[in-house]
Design a protein around this ligand. Structure first.
Ligand code: UN1
Length: 508
């Protein structure tokens, strides 16, 4: 087998520098950490990290900026986000390049991630004129009761490598129109894209006359995230990543009565029923399971197939997997780019070894694709037939493994779908409306996102994004998720000339 042709790291470095220059990023070069590309698994250049003192100053500056920003009218705050959205549109291609370079996403998905940034910016601009509360009927005559929503404070964002720009945008654009300011601790693996996002937002702030400290970015390791977790000036910590990370962050923020918004692991399943339209189901399943090389929190990890159709579905699924073009994510024909590093490759190997020990069978894929770059990790996405009771099925392995399980009754399929610790996204493929409705009902999927004839990944920003159980319970993006970024006051006004106590109490 010939080894996969990859671009030269020097060419990738030139490409990174060109994009950064066009965006206007002055890279803080140094030797605290390395910017790296998973395309060849090699370092691009050394970066200077944020020191403890700088992190402290960043939180102080963001807090100071909050004190002014909170009284800027919300529609004017929206003007900042509108300008930011325009800049993202202008630099769409360079942002996508940086996402491909640092996260290894194929070009189409990198452009999709930038589109998600634009969509949430548009949403947040509209939201800036809609931060409304309710008026509630008072039990007392001559009284009015209402809710008002106010800015919360500094929002600390901790984000992961796999959506290095979009997840930050969900939080930041909404937080800014809500009157909050932001300090961001991106993944160490995607610092260049973070510097680019920060630059565009700072440029927008300069242009519209907003305080530039409405946004600060911290470059470096976990200790900087811990700073946000422990600092009482950080009113909300919005953290995306593993359940393990969330388990550490949640209680620490709660101990100081701070707020958290957690978007943690998923172990998403799709049920394929006998009435499913397989021509629709197959591409949806392959994108959800093998797309982004399985590195989405919404990636499809379990396919729960009715026993009557499994023999028809599996050969079609494995044939589609065999044809998946794997390789350089900049190449137009590639559908599966690299894993972020060799660590998920090892995790995938371990999981597949456990599959075999448990009597499961790898039907297709699972092997490393040979390249000349030792540090790069390209794999063939795997489809595995396994018993639903195998413990490995209940764990999230952040790599492209799709476990195929079978079922006989819908109740059994729903029980299997729910029988994992995580609860992010779920799907059913069916043309039977009863089945679809049951799946979406209170006795159906226990996930935050429940889809019919749509894969588990690729959610639109207009809905609330997030999930239950070990996924952490947080909701970001659209719908009423903005409430998490504001504090609510209940206001009661007595416009009568009488004192009236609630609950009919007489006193004096
Ligand atoms: C993530 O993987 O952390 O629904 C976010 C999706 C994307 C976002 C994924 N819109 O797949």
């Amino acid at each position: 087998m010939t080894s996969l042709a990859l671009p030269a790291t020097d060419d990738l470095l030139s490409r990174a520098r060109a994009s950064l220059t066009r965006i206007g990023v002055v890279v803080p070069e140094g030797d605290d950490l390395q910017a790296r590309t998973p395309i060849t698994g090699e370092d691009l250049f050394g970066l200077k990290g944020t020191t403890d003192a700088d992190a402290e100053a960043a939180v102080a500056a963001a807090h100071e900026a909050f004190l002014a920003w909170r009284s800027t009218p919300a529609p004017r705050r929206g003007e900042l986000v509108r300008r930011f959205g325009e800049l993202v549109r202008e630099h769409r291609s360079d942002l996508a390049d940086l996402i491909t370079l640092e996260a290894g996403k194929i070009r189409a998905e990198a452009l999709g991630e930038v589109q998600e940034m634009i969509d949430i910016a548009d949403y947040a601009v509209g939201l800036s004129r809609q931060l409304y509360g309710r008026v509630i009927a008072s039990e007392r005559a001559g009284h009015r009761m209402a809710e008002t929503w106010h800015p919360l404070g500094v929002v600390g964002i901790i984000s992961a490598f796999n959506f290095p720009a979009a997840v930050w945008s969900w939080n930041t654009t909404v937080a800014l129109v809500c009157g909050d300011t932001v300090v961001w601790k991106p993944s160490e693996l995607t610092t260049l894209i973070a510097l680019a996002c920060d630059r565009l937002l700072t440029q927008a702030a300069e242009e519209v006359g907003a305080p530039v400290n409405i946004h600060r970015v911290l470059i470096g390791g976990r200790e900087l995230g811990e700073k946000l977790v422990d600092d009482p000036r950080v009113a909300l910590v919005s953290a995306t990543g593993s359940t393990r990370m969330g388990r550490a962050v949640g209680p620490r923020v709660a101990a100081r009565f701070g707020r958290v918004l957690l978007e943690l692991g998923g172990n998403n399943a799709a049920i394929v029923t006998p009435s499913a339209d397989l021509d629709l189901t197959l591409p949806a399943v392959v994108f959800a399971a093998a797309g982004t090389a399985g590195q989405r929190c919404t990636a499809l990890r379990r396919l729960i197939v009715h026993r009557d159709i499994v023999d028809e579905l599996l050969p079609r699924l494995t044939a589609a997997y065999e044809r998946l073009p794997i390789g350089d994510p900049f190449a137009d024909t590639t559908l599966v780019g690299p894993l972020i590093s060799t660590a998920p490759l090892d995790a995938m190997r371990d999981a597949l070894a456990r599959v075999t020990e448990d009597g499961g069978k790898v039907l297709v894929g699972g092997g490393r694709v040979e390249t000349d770059a030792a540090g790069a990790a390209y794999v063939q996405p795997a489809v595995v037939r396994i018993d639903a009771q195998s413990p490995v099925v209940r764990e999230e392995t952040f790599a492209p493994i799709l476990y195929v399980l079978t079922y006989d009754t819908l109740e059994e399929a729903i029980a299997l779908q729910n029988d994992v610790p995580q609860g992010l996204s779920s799907s059913i493929f069916t043309r039977d409306q009863r089945e679809a409705e049951v799946f979406m009902s209170a006795v159906g999927s226990d996930c935050g996102m429940v889809n019919v004839n749509v894969g588990t990944s690729g959610a639109e920003i207009g809905g609330a994004f997030g999930g239950e159980k070990e996924t952490g319970g947080g909701r970001a993006c659209g719908s009423d998720a903005w409430h998490a970024y504001m504090r609510r006051t209940t206001n009661v006004v007595n416009y009568s000339a009488e004192v009236a106590l609630a609950q009919n109490i007489s006193f004096l």
